[in-house]
Design a protein around this ligand. Structure first.
Ligand code: MN
Ligand code: MN
Length: 311
């Protein structure tokens, strides 16, 4: 049987790693030869999850075409976030909870998109629909992905379906949701031992906004100073990335997960667009966004709007 890869996005977060593993498990239960792969290194938060539930990490790959003809995408659909040779393989399925942008295929496909807080919430529903048993470890991975994407239900992206999935999965995984969730999120906020390169690449995604190329990275902290104390060094690195990747803007988002606010650092020729978009004044390239925690819901749409209406 030909093998199919299940892949999340570049700079994989906990949802991209866990949803790839879980969806590969679900497909295997259905008799498909599926293998979860990843397109980047495992974050501290994700490492904590994999260790806790004793699941091996997906294999790291740089390209798809040398090994498979077909791939399933989870937790993304934008070509800029896929492996670079995505055009050489067939996308047979997408399971995702993001906006759909610059996406087209040559052949029909199964496309499942729902405006919920996490890809794993959709996969949980697919298990239910297909009446497949959810292995305890897979429940743990899905629960962790939902905690990560919804910041333990505090993000405005969190829906009732995410909450219901979390409750059901906590029972199967036999974990205390609040205790485990907080412990896991705190693990991911430990940024002090990251190099500047790692910090700049943290959860970084590229977007097309109007005619412009924008990169947005996000990091969770419990103290802004963990990042802002290294701002000069970080800015130099962001400039370097802007040059080498020809970006119009690099928006760096530092999110305080306890108080649900973010500090942004906006760099690049079009950095000023952040001021119009978020109605703030950049000072020292930076501004506070009160109550903003979700890139998907509170940053990308607003910034896309501002870029599209640029004169
Ligand atoms: Mn993701
Ligand atoms: Mn996600």
């Amino acid at each position: 049987m030909t093998k199919t890869f299940v892949s999340g996005h570049k700079s994989p977060d906990t949802d991209s790693i866990c949803s790839a593993l879980v969806y590969a498990d679900l497909k295997q239960q259905l008799g498909v030869s599926a293998e979860a792969v990843r397109l980047g290194s495992i974050s501290k938060e994700t490492r904590f999850v994999l260790d806790h539930f004793q699941v091996a990490e997906p294999r790291l790959v740089e390209s798809f075409a040398p090994e498979v003809e077909q791939v399933i995408l989870v937790d993304h659909n934008e070509r800029t976030q896929c492996a670079d040779d995505i055009d050489k393989v067939q996308i047979i399925e997408v399971v995702d909870h993001h906006r759909i942008a610059n996406f087209e295929t040559a052949a029909p496909l199964y496309y499942r998109a729902e405006p919920v807080g996490c890809t794993s919430t959709i996969i949980y529903k697919i298990y239910q629909e297909k009446k497949l048993p959810i292995p305890k470890k897979m429940a743990g991975l899905m629960l962790s992905a939902i905690v990560s994407d919804t910041l333990l239900m505090k993000s405005p992206t969190c829906t009732d379906e995410d909450k219901a999935a979390l409750e059901a999965l906590a029972k199967i995984a036999e974990v205390d949701l609040q205790d485990y969730g907080m412990q896991m999120l705190k693990e991911g906020t430990d940024v002090l031992d990251k190099t500047i390169d790692e910090l700049a690449a943290n959860d970084a995604k590229e977007f097309k906004m109007g005619k412009h190329k924008v990169k947005i990275a996000q990091v969770n902290v419990i103290d802004f100073a963990d990042v802002t104390s290294r701002q000069k060094e970080l800015e130099a690195k962001l400039q370097e990335v802007i040059q080498s990747e020809q970006l119009d803007m690099f928006l760096y988002v530092v999110t305080d997960i306890l108080n649900s606010n973010s500090v942004i650092i906006a760099m690049g020729e079009f950095a000023h667009v952040a001021e119009t978009a978020f109605k703030v004044q950049l000072e020292n390239n930076s501004a506070v966004l009160e109550g903003v925690v979700s890139r998907k819901k509170q940053i990308v749409p607003v910034l896309t709007d501002a870029f599209e209406t640029l004169k």
